[in-house]
Design a protein around this ligand. Structure first.
Ligand code: ATP
Length: 235
């Protein structure tokens, strides 16, 4: 479904991605883990078209994304839930969700979507008329994910959903991501600094360091790997 090959991205002279390749199959759950500054967010920005690529290819369903305008990428079913829970603070929960449901198909599925996201996140149902800026950090993350789901994605990209959240809330968010994956016909691409949770959750994982994929494998292989254990799992 998503095939990335030898992707290079630079900011000015500084290279953030240096030949990264990865694949996400239909309904697959893929995690990319790596330290601060490894290039995880840049990878997502390149996929959604916010940041231009220098070389390499990005294919989605066989289509070259370089030829697809960023605004059209969402319509192809790619939803990017950015780092830092960028919700519209002055809009209500419900209005934020509506912002996610822009396409004709998403508008048609609106009632079903609301049922689904409110069952997934009952707190959002209770707070649907509340301004998003007044929600807690965990609730804002739930809203950001729910807004992504409202666009009826086929590929849901989650950028560090655990960032800045207490451990109990992180657990809740990961449970919800699992539930989304089990109950919706979508692929998930997750980037995370919290390697243990991300590698537990995924089918296939990649380790990104200084803009390069240095390791990849099925989740059980990575969880058993001595280097991954030492560098990322604190074991
Ligand atoms: P973190 O987990 O800290 O968010 P990351 O793995 O997501 O890190 P990126 O945000 O993709 O990493 O950054 C990769 C590299 O590119 C870093 O060295 C960063 O300083 C640099 N970088 C990112 N955005 C810009 C920008 N707009 N201008 C210049 N350099 C940038």
């Amino acid at each position: 479904m998503l095939n990335i090959d030898a992707l290079r991205v630079s900011y000015g002279g500084a290279r953030a991605l240096d030949g990264a390749s990865l694949t996400v199959g239909p309904r697959e759950f893929v995690a990319v883990v790596g330290p601060n500054g490894a290039g995880k967010t840049t990878l997502f920005r390149a996929i959604s078209g916010v940041t231009p690529i220098e070389s390499g290819t990005l294919k989605y369903d066989g289509r070259d994304l370089a030829r697809v305008a960023p605004s059209v990428r969402a319509a192809l079913g790619i939803a990017h839930v950015p780092e830092g829970r960028q919700v519209f603070a002055r809009l209500t929960v419900l209005e934020n969700l509506e912002m996610g449901a822009q396409s004709a198909a998403a508008r048609q599925a609106w009632r079903d979507t609301l049922d689904f996201v409110f069952t997934l996140f009952p707190r959002l149902r209770e707070r649907q008329r509340q301004l998003a800026g007044t929600l807690s950090g965990g609730e804002q993350q739930m809203l950001a994910i729910a807004r992504g789901l409202a666009s009826l994605p086929r590929l849901l990209m989650l950028d560090e959903p655990s960032m800045g959240l207490a451990p109990a809330v992180v657990e809740q968010i990961f449970d919800s991501i699992h539930q989304v994956h089990r109950s919706r016909d979508i692929a998930i691409l997750l980037v995370e600094q919290r390697a243990a949770e991300a590698l537990e959750a995924c089918h296939h994982g990649y380790v990104l360091e200084s803009g390069r994929i240095v390791m990849q494998g099925r989740h059980e292989e990575l969880l058993r790997d001595e280097r991954v254990k030492r560098a990322y799992l604190g074991q």
